[in-house]
Design a protein around this ligand. Structure first.
Ligand code: SF4
Ligand code: ZN
Length: 191
């Protein structure tokens, strides 16, 4: 928990979207830290959303931790019929494998709003247990802002020009993957 800046966002989110908040800030001054009350585990269907609101990465997904750098993964929008949440997510692929599932984010890096204006929080089942492509209906490649660190290794044209497929197809990425045109490749509407 060294990175925590005590912004309280995780506390507020738990307060708003879970039935009973079980964590908060304990201690004062230099000794203040985020903690669960009396070693109670955060165990709620929506508790994983604290990961998406933590601005410094102090709270991380245990199923993704240390598996890859985020810029080596390929984000894709997807959905499923979920009886607990909106089921609209972002899948982070490395090759054929889904390394993590997150809520969709807007241009400010916040959990994106749904058509009905509510925030698109996702449940823990969607986030932690649905890691196969068969679990999802793929909606399309995620646009990654070129200023984002995530855009490293994502071949979007900075000027909105389309690269020639011949030049790219089969080209090796720094971590050994091959570029496949189609998913995560160049889309003139996606720059
Ligand atoms: S959201 Fe992250 S940085 Fe903010 S209080 Fe919670 S753990 Fe700390
Ligand atoms: Zn769900």
């Amino acid at each position: 928990m060294n990175r925590c800046i005590l912004c309280y966002r995780c506390v507020k989110v738990c307060e708003q979207i879970t039935d009973g908040r079980v964590h908060g800030v304990i201690g004062r001054g230099d000794h203040a830290e985020i903690s669960t009350y009396i070693e109670q585990a955060i165990d709620n269907d929506f508790s994983g959303n604290v990961i998406d609101v933590c601005p410094v990465g102090a709270l991380t997904d245990r199923t993704f931790r240390f598996k890859s750098r985020v810029w080596y993964t390929k984000p894709v929008e997807a959905h499923r019929n979920c009886d607990k949440c909106c089921g609209k997510v972002r899948l982070w692929y490395q090759g054929e494998e889904i390394l993590r599932v997150t809520a969709r984010k807007d241009e400010f890096g916040e959990v994106a709003k749904l058509e009905n204006g509510e925030a698109g929080w996702i449940c823990n089942e969607c986030r932690f247990e649905k890691k196969h492509t068969n679990d999802w209906v793929i909606d399309g490649v995620t646009h990654v802002d070129r200023h984002s660190v995530i855009s490293a290794n994502h071949y979007e044209s900075p000027e909105g020009e389309r690269f020639e497929g011949k030049q790219l197809e089969g080209a090796a990425l720094p971590h050994g993957e091959k570029v496949e045109l189609g998913v995560g490749a160049l889309d003139p509407n996606n720059v």
